[in-house]
Design a protein around this ligand. Structure first.
Ligand code: SAH
Length: 235
């Protein structure tokens, strides 16, 4: 069973959108679980402080390693088999392959930072894997965690309506997905491509494959380039 534990200063952001639609239905059926935990419960002093000024000076505040360690240790004992993830713009970009691997595992412990981020020492001390959802900066890790969990949960068997709909999608075959059409047949003078109305399933499959390849070549040639180690994936 996929169990997500989220460490955050804003537990009220969860389940949020994950309480609706496919993920929400699966959550209420007990197909996966979500446990948001308030980091501030491990804060220091009367004000339950979780952050402090950066060593060396500079703007903003840094989340304290001792507070985060206490929060992580309370949420997950040492023998918890789940990977510990830190949402971070410096992390490895999230991929469909990583989401699928996580979905097949026991879940994840996900740390959402705020302010300037975390004291560097917590990353090594608690073996955190940094994951980014893209080359832009959010104000906190919560939206990134929601995106990560959503990508995983929809891949858990029994969550998506049609089992097959997970395997033909963008990235699953290393390509972007082919274009879709539905009724009406004529939309403002624009037709559905004839081949899709031909009933010839072999021709349709071939057309879709060609479209996927052409789209990928035009928009994401990096996906087609031979994978020569990490550098080519890191973009
Ligand atoms: N000073 C940091 C940014 C801090 S943003 C830097 O320049 O790298 C505050 C927090 O939001 C981060 O610590 C992280 O937990 C989260 N966050 C921001 N952008 C993110 C992204 N693209 N992917 C995942 N998490 C992100």
């Amino acid at each position: 069973m996929f169990r997500a534990t989220v460490l955050t200063l804003f537990p009220e952001m969860f389940p949020g959108p994950l309480g609706l639609s496919l993920a929400g239905d699966a959550l209420s059926r007990g197909v996966w679980t979500l446990e948001p935990r308030q980091i501030r419960e491990h804060g220091l002093g009367r004000h339950r402080a979780v952050d402090d000024t950066p060593a060396g000076g500079g703007p903003g505040m840094v989340m304290r390693a001792d507070v985060l360690a206490a929060a992580i240790d309370a949420a997950a004992p040492n023998d918890d088999p789940r990977p510990r993830l830190l949402m971070s713009p410096r992390g490895a970009p999230l991929t469909q392959a990583r989401a699928r691997a996580l979905a097949q595992g026991p879940g994840a412990i996900i740390l959402c930072a705020r302010f300037e981020g975390v004291d560097e020492r917590i990353i090594d001390a608690r073996a955190l894997e940094e994951i980014s959802i893209g080359d832009f900066v959010l104000s906190g890790g919560e939206i990134a965690a929601l995106a990560l969990i959503d990508a995983c949960v929809r891949l858990i068997p029994g969550v998506m309506g049609e089992e097959a709909s997970g395997v033909e999608e963008s990235f699953e075959a290393g390509l972007l997905e082919y274009p879709h059409y539905t009724r009406p047949r004529d939309f403002e003078g624009r037709d559905i491509p004839d081949v899709l109305l031909s009933g010839d399933h072999a021709r349709i499959a071939k057309w879709r494959q060609e479209q996927a390849l052409a789209l990928t070549r035009a928009r994401r040639p990096d996906l087609l380039a031979p994978q020569t180690g990490d550098a080519s994936r890191r973009r």
